[in-house]
Ligand binder design. Structure first.
Ligand code: ADP
Ligand code: ADP
Length: 226
């Protein structure tokens, strides 16, 4: 579904991605793991077109991603970041429905979709009426997920989605995400620095370090390796 070919990304003197080659399979969950600064977020931002390679190519569905495709690309991709990345001045529903409204969805359609997704993401529907500051960390994360799923995109990108949560909430959400991924059958790319989380949620693991792929393989095989 995605392919990075020899992608280089620099920030000033820092080489974030060092001629990286990577393919990401459709319909499965790929977990990117590695220490802080390995380039995990840069890969994700490149897939959605928030960053552009200095050289090399990002391919989507067999064709190079072009700048003129980016609006469309953003609609095909649900993007979730730590703490949900919500606008503080909008309610949960306001955040989740933002894109649907700009696309002209009617209120009734938005409401029905929000109800459906609140059920799926195990958030009480009433909680969507609250502002981010009035929600718990886990609830904010669920609102972020609902927002990402609103347009039913084929691809879901999650950047440390559970990073800001306490261990118990995190554990619950890990289980729920696993069920959700199995149910939705989307192409999921997940960034985490937690190996256990990557193994629990990922079909494929990609180990990154210093902007390169160290190893890639089925979660089961990689973790059995000596
Ligand atoms: P990870 O997600 O694995 O922590 P990142 O992709 O965020 O890694 O970062 C890779 C490297 O690029 C790091 O050294 C980071 O400091 C640097 N970097 C990332 N984004 C920027 C930026 N906007 N400006 C400058 N340096 C950046
Ligand atoms: P994460 O891996 O969760 O994205 P980072 O600390 O790498 O966390 O990045 C947080 C934000 O800061 C991102 O928007 C990234 O682009 C930016 N950033 C990261 N490293 C640098 C850096 N060295 N200089 C400037 N901005 C950076």
């Amino acid at each position: 579904m995605f392919e990075l070919r020899h992608v280089v990304k620099r920030y000033g003197a820092t080489i974030a991605l060092d001629a990286i080659d990577l393919s990401i399979e459709a319909g499965r969950t790929t977990a990117l793991i590695g220490p802080s600064g390995a380039g995990k977020s840069s890969v994700l931002r490149m897939l959605i077109g928030l960053e552009w390679p200095d050289s090399g190519e990002v391919r989507f569905d067999g064709a190079p991603l072009r700048r003129q495709d980016l609006l469309e690309q953003r609609r095909r991709i649900g993007y979730v970041i730590q703490e949900g990345g919500l606008f503080p001045h909008l309610t949960g529903a306001g955040n989740a429905a933002l894109l649907a409204r700009t696309l002209g969805w009617e209120d009734a359609r938005i409401d029905a979709r929000l109800r459906e997704l609140a059920g799926l993401c195990q958030l009480p529907f009433e909680a969507l009426a609250r502002f981010p500051a009035e929600l718990s960390g886990g609830q904010r994360q669920r609102v972020g997920l609902i927002r990402a799923l609103m347009l039913d995109p084929p691809v879901l990108l999650l950047d440390e989605p559970l990073g800001a949560l306490d261990p118990i909430v995190r554990h619950d959400l890990q289980d729920q995400l696993r069920e959700l991924f199995a149910l939705l059958k989307k192409t999921v790319v997940l960034v985490t620095h937690d190996v256990a989380e990557a193994a629990w949620l990922g079909d494929t693991l990609v180990l990154l370090r210093a902007g390169r792929v160290l190893q890639q393989g089925a979660a089961r095989e990689l973790l059995q390796a000596p």
